[in-house]
Design a binder for this molecule. Sequence first.
Ligand code: NAD
Length: 501
Amino acid sequence: MPQTFEYTFDTPVYKGKTSFSTGLYINGQWVDGSKGTTIDVINPTNGQLVTKISEGTKEDVDLAVVAAQKTFDTVWGLNTPGTRRAELLNNLGNLMQAHFDELAALEALDNGKTFGWAQDVDVTDSIATIKYYAGWADKIQGKTIETTAGKLVYTRHEPIGVVGQIIPWNFPLMMMAWKIGPALATGNCIILKPSEFTPLTAIRMSHLIQEAGFPPGVVNIIPGYGTTVGAAISEHPHIDKVAFTGSTLVGRKIMEAAARTNLKNVTLELGGKSPNIIFDDADIDQAVRFTSHGIFWNHGQACCAGSRIYVHAKVYDEFLTKFTDKAKSLKVGDPFGLDTYQGPQVSQIQFDRIMSYIDSGRQQGATLHLGGERHGSEGYFIKPTIFTDTKPDMRIVQEEIFGPVGVVIRFEDDDDVINQANDTMYGLAAAVFSKNIDRALQVAHKLKAGTAWVNCINQLHPQVPFGGFKQSGIGRELGEYALENYTAVKAVHVNFSLSVK
Ligand code: NAD
């Protein structure tokens, strides 16, 4: 019998209670994992145990796939009209709204992000995404295509079937919404694995999904480890599509598993090392505000973090002084504190990983300009960190750190900075700051990135596609584009003539 998680939040910013079963959600029921084992959920603010949740296994994935396939063939898929799918998604969005603060508090507790940011971004965007895709559910349409006289040809955009979704720990609820929204709008059944580090909001969502009225088997949620549940999803012969958000390293494994098994359709949202270019004609105060947000928001644990900060030589000193002051002003501390900007990193592993990058920056000869050390004596806090005097081939310039660590790089020439900005295996996002719109747009168009921000950074909207060039991913999430990930196009040829041609 799965444990019930009961928790009382008594904090300066939120007082409330939560209580829900921590079982796997398979075929509309909360159950123990097939081995009866559990995963510890750790509070990153103090390293202490929050609760234990059921651990999924390969056998649980098999059970969920059987249930999902049956539901797809009988009551979901082509059996439920788009208007009903829209209604259910709207129900879910409304329930999330009713549990707005509870979801934000769970996210802050589990991930370490601040309650305020979880409210303003994670929960707000997740609800908007679910409602946005509710709007699409009854607008999934093909085309009629003219060919020859005596023939009618049309296309249908049919749901793929049972789809696997594997998500990371940095925006647990939001990544879930980005995945389930388009998959449900188009009529697929889902096997979703949240990160083992941050499973709480996905489990809480399973309860809201049931309450919203989705038939059993439409959404199955199986918390577990990557090498067990994640691998089972990507290798499964009866899962026809896998959508993954996470590191490039694991993305490669997912693709290999798909190729080795049933050639399932794969979409990947992967890592980044995004350039942020500040020209000499930028509004420096605006650039400082966005640059700080770009690298320090969510503790630098954002795939699109503007971690390589290129600053024109003419404004370098002014920018660095103001950016340093801004970084010093950010309050690091309790995610439920009144004016906290930055909470802890998500885990000990992530803390150690970031600290080892900071060591490598020092060892490779960069100047540690600010931070570079633990904040406080417990939990996984790292002070906002700035490096200067880097070389292009240093690890802190090339590799995704996924922490509050930015490198500030001086440049003089527009072509040179474009080359430097593009000199990475990643291509997720980029930002340009300039008051000269011609210059800003020309550079934005030359940057090899799936998103280019001009005089802003970290702007995301449910309507706007998001995804990577190069090794930052394959396919696009959000917007109309994401619907393509979850439909298979069928061409139907109808013949009215007696000729065989
Ligand atoms: P990760 O790749 O370690 O894990 C992501 C998910 O994959 C987790 O659920 C994990 O359990 C699972 N996994 C691990 N090994 C697996 C395997 N062998 N087979 C199948 N699944 C496996 O990433 P993370 O540390 O959770 O998240 C950070 C990464 O996610 C960063 O690289 C970040 O840039 C990326 N990210 C990208 C986007 C985007 O939209 N492009 C958004 C958020 C995060």
